[in-house]
Design a protein. Sequence first.
Length: 114
Amino acid sequence: VQLQASGGGSVQPGGSLTLSCAAHGNIFRINTLGWYRQAPGQQRELVADITSGGRTNLVDSVKGRFTASRDSGKNTLFLQMASLKPEDTAVYYCSLRFLRNVFWGQGTLVTVSS
């Protein structure tokens, strides 16, 4: 299984970015795709995830600003981020979970700064 993430970059506060993650390989049909982030000196935390059945989970700190969606036919996950804040600055990691397996993408840096 391979996860390929893209879409990070630098934006000013209030700006927008969209992250994409494509999962390839032998993937069990019941799975969860998710985005985590890790800020400098902080632990990795969940941002959003979506099950293959379409159940979406967003953490409170991003509700109303971020939208998660997936194209299940292609095992692709998107994270539309709007109204970005400096505290959203982090390396964002895509993850895939199924059965007892967890796979991680390479991480993409999002920097929010004026």
